[in-house]
Each structure stands twice: as C-alpha cells, then as structure tokens.
Design a protein around this ligand. Structure first.
Ligand code: K2U
Ligand code: ZN
Length: 173
C-alpha cells in the first residue's frame, strides 16, 4: 500500500462529482488501503477518494484516537438515506484545506446506506462525530467542501488565501 499526495484547494479536481465505484474488485480494495495509509499519515479521521485524485465514490473513516487500536471503516458508494431535523455544530477541518478550521452546522444524526469491501449492502445509523465526518466525506463525493457551508465572506476569504498561496508557489517553482 502507499501514502499518496493529497489534492489541495484551489485545485479544481476537488469540485468534480465522483463516479460510482460499482463492483468491489481487488483494485477497489487496494485503493481503500492507500486511502487509509494516506489518512493515517496526514493524520486525519476521514478521507474521500477524490482527495487523492481518484473521482470514485469511496470513503474511509477511523475515529479511533492515536493511542487506541485502529478501527478503519470503508464505505463504497455511500448515500445518506435519512437525516435528522435536529442540527449540531462542530468544528471541522479538511486535509485538502490545511490549517483552516471553522464551525459547521449539520444534521445531528444520519442513516447511510453503503456497500462494504465484501460487496455487502449495509445501513449505518450515525450520530456525533461519525455523523459529522460521514456528511463531510459524502460532500466531497459531490464536489462540495465544508467551506461551502460557511458565509460567503468567510468562504471567499479562505479561497482567496489558498489561490494567493498557489500563485506564490508557482512563481517560486
Ligand atoms: O475530508 C477530510 O479532509 C478529512 C477530515 C475529516 C473531518 C470531518 C469532519 C470534521 C473534522 C474533520 C480530516 O480528518 S481533517 C483533520 C481533523 C480531524 C478532527 C477535527 C478537525 C480536523
Ligand atoms: Zn475534507
């Protein structure tokens, strides 16, 4: 398996709508393993395939703390089939938008339908951090970033900051 480069804002690739994975093949299992390696290396608690440049509807999550045994979860073609009316605010970050954190309001609980790596259809009722992370990652599959849930002013400020940094990087190259 391999740690792969993470696509960062303002790369347009992050705005793609990812394609369904379809059948779970050895290639899909290898991709999920690379995603987990990349997520643990970052470190992060979730990752969508588009964040390593692969526009496929595949998500990995592990909420275990660094001093706990790892508990990796893999979601193939996940979809939210129910979300609560009650909302919850949580501070979010993103491996594609480094060193920027803001509070985001999302439904407190969600039910997600997905296939596991054995190709079995499953349904998961999530609350708390798992619900927040699943919504954050499924947003990625639709080209949506957590900054899109912020005010227009906050969103434009962070996009301009990363566009300026990208210009400076290309000038220094
Ligand atoms: O998509 C990503 O970049 C993964 C995020 C997952 C995340 C989802 C919801 C709320 C916070 C993070 C990364 O793990 S960012 C690292 C991180 C971890 C915990 C809290 C804040 C940021
Ligand atoms: Zn993210």
């Amino acid at each position: 398996m391999a740690v792969r480069p993470i696509v960062k804002l303002p790369e347009a690739k992050l705005r793609l709508k990812s394609e369904p994975v379809g059948p779970v093949t050895e290639e899909v299992r290898r991709l999920s393993a690379d995603m987990l390696d990349t997520m643990y290396d970052a470190p992060g608690i979730g990752l969508a395939a588009i964040q390593i440049g692969v526009p496929k509807r595949l998500v990995v999550i592990d909420l275990a703390r660094s001093d706990e045994e790892r508990q990796p979860m893999v979601f193939v073609d996940p979809e939210i089939v129910w979300s609560s009316d009650e909302k919850r605010v949580h501070e979010e970050g993103c491996l594609s938008i480094p060193e920027f954190y803001e509070e985001v309001e999302r439904p407190d609980r969600v039910t997600v339908r997905f296939r596991d790596l054995d190709g079995e259809m499953r349904e998961l009722e999530a609350d708390g951090m798992l619900a927040t992370c699943l919504q954050h990652e499924i947003d990625h599959l639709n080209g949506v970033l957590f900054i899109d849930h912020l005010s227009r002013l906050k969103r434009s400020r962070v996009i301009k900051k990363f566009e300026k940094a990208a210009r400076r990087e290309s000038e220094d190259a």
